[in-house]
Write a new protein. Structure first.
Length: 387
C-alpha cells in the first residue's frame, strides 16, 4: 500500500541519518544487570521500601487503575493528599496532578494563552512545551493574535527585547529550570525581573530541579526565591526525583479553577492510578528530608565531570543530575551508546531532532541508588568505548 511504502521510505531515511530508535525492555530490580546512567530516578526513590509499601497498600485498597477521569471517578484522597503535599513543597496556593508531565505542560500553556497573548519560549525547551505553544497559539487563538516567539537560550536580555517590542501585550515567558538536554540552569531570578517589569507571567518547568535544588528539594523556582509569586506558575513531572509517574501544575487558585473547568488534558484523561499517587506521597516525605541524597548527587556529578574532562571529553558543567557529553556525530553517538550497553551500562543518546542545537551527545543521568563502585565502573566503560 502506498502509505506503508511512504513510511518505509521515511524509516530508511532516518536509518541513513543515524536517527533510528529502538525499544529495549529492561530487567526488574536485581535481575537487571545494566548500570543505569540513563533513567531519571535521581534520588533512587522508585524502589524505596516506604514508597513501595505505600503504593502496595493503595493498590490493594483501590485496585490497579483510577477507573475514570479526575472529574468522573478518578479522584481519591490519595490525589488530594498528593496535591496538598506538592503545593506545600512548591510554596504554591494550589497544585493539580495530571497523569504525565507532558500533559501538565500542554494544559498549563494552553490555560495561560488567549487571544493576543505573546508566548516567549526558550530555544532549548522540552518538546512538551514546544507542543503546548503550538497548540495554544493555533486555531481561534491564532486568529485573535496569539503567537509564539522563540528566544535565544537562557538569555534574559533577549527576552527583555522581545517583550519591549510588544508593549502592553499580554505575555507568558516559558522556560525549564534545569534544561533536559545539557543540564544547565536557567537564570530564573533575572528572567523574573524581566517578566515582572513587563507585566508578563513566568511559567517554569521544574521537572529536572524538583528534588535536586532548593530548600528541602523544592526545586529551581524555590532556589531562586520565587516560590508563591502570583505571576509565577510551576510545572513538573513526578517521574524523576520522585521516582514515579504523573505531572503537576502549581500556581494561584484562579489557574487551578481554569484548568479544572476548561483544561482538555485534565478533563478528558484518565487519572493517575491511586497506587502511584500514594507512592508519590511517600516519596515526597523522603525527598524533603533528602539533603544527604542531594549531596551525594552533587558529588557524583562532580566526579563525572572531573573524570571525563581528564580524558579530553567535552562535558557540560551540570547544575543538577544531568550531564551532557559531546559526540562527534549522530552515528558515533549511537555507536558509543550501543557499545556501552553491550558492556552493561545504559546511557542516554541524544541526536537531532531531540537536540535543540543540532549537536549529538550522550546524556548521563545520576541515580544515587546505583552503588558507588558500579557508578565508577560505568565511567570506566564510557571512557573506554569513546569514538
Amino acid at each position: 500500500m502506498e502509505w506503508l511504502s511512504a513510511l518505509d521510505d521515511e524509516a530508511a531515511a532516518r536509518q541513513a541519518a543515524g536517527l533510528r530508535r529502538e525499544l529495549r525492555p529492561r530487567g526488574a530490580g536485581a535481575d537487571d544487570p545494566v548500570i543505569d546512567l540513563a533513567g531519571n530516578d535521581y534520588l533512587g526513590l522508585s524502589r524505596h521500601p516506604e514508597v513501595l509499601a505505600a503504593a502496595s497498600r493503595a493498590l490493594a485498597e483501590f485496585g490497579l487503575g483510577a477507573t475514570g477521569s479526575r472529574l468522573v471517578r478518578g479522584s481519591t484522597e490519595m490525589h488530594r493528599a498528593l496535591e496538598d503535599g506538592l503545593a506545600g513543597l512548591l510554596g504554591a496556593e494550589t497544585a493539580l496532578v495530571y497523569s504525565s508531565g507532558y500533559l501538565a505542560n500542554l494544559g498549563a500553556v494552553r490555560a495561560l494563552v488567549r487571544g493576543g497573548t505573546l508566548v516567549v519560549s526558550d530555544a532549548h525547551n522540552h518538546a512538551s512545551i514546544v507542543d503546548g505553544c503550538r497548540l495554544a497559539c493555533a486555531g481561534k487563538a491564532a486568529r485573535e493574535g496569539a503567537a509564539t516567539v522563540v528566544a535565544p537560550h537562557a538569555d534574559p536580555d533577549a527576552v527583555r527585547g522581545i517583550l519591549a517590542a510588544h508593549p502592553g501585550r499580554p505575555a507568558v515567558v516559558v522556560t525549564e529550570s534545569i534544561f533536559s538536554v545539557d543540564g544547565d540552569l536557567a537564570p530564573l531570578a533575572e528572567l523574573y525581573e524581566v517578566t515582572r517589569a513587563h507585566g508578563a507571567l513566568l511559567l517554569v518547568d521544574d521537572a529536572h530541579a524538583l528534588g535536586v535544588l532548593g530548600p528541602r528539594g523544592a526545586g529551581g523556582v524555590a532556589a531562586a526565591g520565587l516560590s508563591g509569586r502570583p505571576d509565577v506558575v510551576v510545572t513538573a513531572t513526578l517521574s524523576k526525583s520522585l521516582g514515579a509517574a504523573g505531572g503537576v501544575v502549581a500556581g494561584p487558585r484562579q489557574l487551578h479553577r481554569q484548568l479544572v473547568d476548561t483544561g482538555r488534558t485534565f478533563i478528558y484523561d484518565t487519572a493517575l492510578p491511586p497506587a502511584v499517587a500514594a507512592g508519590v506521597v511517600a516519596a515526597l516525605g523522603l525527598l524533603v528530608d533528602g539533603d544527604a541524597l542531594r549531596a551525594e548527587l552533587r558529588a557524583r556529578a562532580e566526579r563525572i565531570v572531573s573524570r571525563l574532562r581528564a580524558e579530553g571529553l567535552e562535558v557540560s558543567a551540570p547544575d543538577g543530575g544531568v550531564v551532557s557529553v559531546a559526540a562527534p556525530s549522530a552515528d558515533e553517538a549511537f555507536a558509543w551508546a550501543a557499545a556501552c550497553r553491550e558492556r552493561g551500562v545504559a546511557v542516554g543518546c541524544f541526536r537531532p531532532p531531540s537536540t535543540p542545537d543540532g549537536r549529538s551527545r550522550l546524556r548521563l543521568t545520576i541515580n544515587v541508588g546505583v552503588p558507588a563502585g558500579a557508578f565508577d565502573h560505568a565511567l570506566d566503560i564510557i571512557v573506554k568505548e569513546r569514538p
